[in-house]
Design a protein around this ligand. Sequence first.
Ligand SMILES: NC(=O)C1=CN([C@@H]2O[C@H](COP(=O)(O)OP(=O)(O)OC[C@H]3O[C@@H](n4cnc5c(N)ncnc54)[C@H](OP(=O)(O)O)[C@@H]3O)[C@@H](O)[C@H]2O)[C@@H](O)CC1
Ligand SMILES: [K+]
Length: 463
Amino acid sequence: MKNAQVLTVAQMQAAEQALIDAGTSVDEIMQIAGRGAAEWVWRVAAGRPVTVLCGPGNNGGDGYVIAETLRQRGDEVQIVAPITPKTDAAKNARRAYKGVLLSSGKDVTGQVLVDCLFGSGLARPLSGEHILMLRDLAKRHTVRIAVDLPSGVESDSGALLNERLPDYRLTIALGAWKFAHWRLPAREMMGDLRLIPIGVAAIEGAAQLAGKPDIPVPASDAHKYTRGLCAVVGGAMPGATLLASQAAMRAGTGYVKLLTHHLPTNPPAGLVIDQASLEDTLGDHRIASVLVGPGLGRDREADDRLAMAIDCGKPIVIDADALVLLKPGMLRADMPCLATPHDGEFEALCRAFAIVAPDRQACAFALAKTSGMVILAKGPDTLIAAPDGRLAIAPPAPSWLSVAGTGDVLAGIAASRMASGREPFDAACEAVWLHGEAARQCGPAFSADDLALAVSGAIAAAL
Ligand SMILES: NC(=O)C1=CN([C@@H]2O[C@H](COP(=O)(O)OP(=O)(O)OC[C@H]3O[C@@H](n4cnc5c(N)ncnc54)[C@H](OP(=O)(O)O)[C@@H]3O)[C@@H](O)[C@H]2O)[C@@H](O)CC1
Ligand SMILES: [K+]
């Protein structure tokens, strides 16, 4: 999988230190980052006058490099620097800048504003003076570009530390993605995202962006069992089960079998339905993954069917009603298990497993560790947390996914990827990308049925 890493501020500082230890100075790193960012500013500005707002740290230092690069190319550029540089690299970059330098933003106008006030070193909300200046300058420029991060955004959480922050046409990340680039609410104000590489190595334990997976074409001697038998456990509401099954049929597995005596109306001919007792049907040694939850219901029978689905010991995806019925002690310690809760189900799981943590990400980690399940906390800000501490963040998916049944489709895709041999964390990463891609291919205002049918197209995009 071509997953990019997403770093905390501490990890970014360690990565920068590793570059310094290997012989690149902070000034050289700032030149690489600043000149890389200047390329994008130059393209967006397209000859229009540029104002660079510079703060006291190295984010401000990047701003001096950007301004000097543009000035040398003949662009009209001015710097507003309400605070003098505090770091040596920023002081050096300011010394090297030979253009217009203003200490106040009062009455400053222009076309393109480049925000280099604060980056990953922002430690607290902007003062009244600074937030007013930022808002005023933002209003007096047509296009806004943020360098590394918009000022006022907390890098590790994506929280907004001030109210009424401006929004941006473009955010240029330096060195590596930070959490705020992909987490709500921050990502909504950033516009397009670009990353300037500065030679940062892979950091052990770093979070990953769940990017486009590498889906293999079936082997030339493949048959339905080698591609994986995915067993979908049905219940009282066959519609949801059918949606999940239809998605599973299109996400790579060779054989999807629906285990239910609640027959759906008009099932597709390719879906095998087995009405025998669940105990017998789950005993099939060829089953490669089990999906339980979509359409299961919450009655007594549902409890029994969930317990049987878990007890058969196969890699399992637990979704929907099954997440509300799940209790600690039902899971075996070593079983590959993926839970796919939406916010309400996530809260129910946290209550059931007595998880208390300060935020959603910390809760997902604690829940994964306590339960042994990989947790795919789905929604507009999807996170995937594994018991061993791995974390993946989903790139934004179309908001048209906010329609009934799309969660069943996601669970079906994940179960299909697990039947194809993926362990739960990788299956979850692949599933969120395929789900988002299927939605993109559907266009606007689709139904969950349309989405399930579009999964084949998403697979095609990932071959
Ligand atoms: N790491 C890398 O690999 C690379 C990093 N690079 C760049 O460096 C940036 C990080 O630099 P940085 O650490 O100097 O932080 P930055 O955001 O410029 O400001 C910190 C300064 O602001 C101050 N301060 C904080 N909050 C404040 C507030 N609310 N109001 C007022 N002051 C406040 C704080 O001082 P404090 O008062 O907290 O002691 C400190 O003086 C990063 O985003 C990227 O652009 C690239 O050049 C190349 C590769
Ligand atoms: K900034």
